[in-house]
Write a protein that binds this ligand. Sequence first.
Ligand SMILES: [Zn+2]
Length: 165
Amino acid sequence: MDTRTPQQRHKNMAAIHSKNTKPEVLVRRYLWGQGFRYRLNNPRLPGHPDIVLRKYRTCIFVNGCFWHGHEGCKYFVMPKTNIDFWRKKIQRNKERDKEEQRQLAKMGWHCITVWECELKPKVREKTLESLAYTLNHIYLEDRSVKYKLPEENEMQIAAESFNEQ
Ligand SMILES: [Zn+2]
């Protein structure tokens, strides 16, 4: 029997959920390999987007299906205990996600959400290819629209190398 409180359990799951989770790394590795350059977890943008592609005016959020309440997803399964706690918690997350993306859109950013389930081995390639396609599409579209944004010169392009494996 699991005797931990919902809060304790939440803490443990939050640790698993922490940044640099595998799904996010998958997306970054693919984008990097395709020549996209990005920054990570920009603290100056609402919601600290996981991946920020300034050239494409795009923020990418790599969302866990449980934590962000992926509707209609088979990986979004409510725990059998403490249902109220989880329901409220997930609802808050979803509302926060929506509000952050609304703010980003107001600032002229495109937001793309990649769900964890879309990165499962069987569908991963398709997801990533369509992500690259979307980014290129956004880039072309944006060339016909002038965006004015303050420069963020002090921010460094994330220098990442993927020779870790
Ligand atoms: Zn999902």
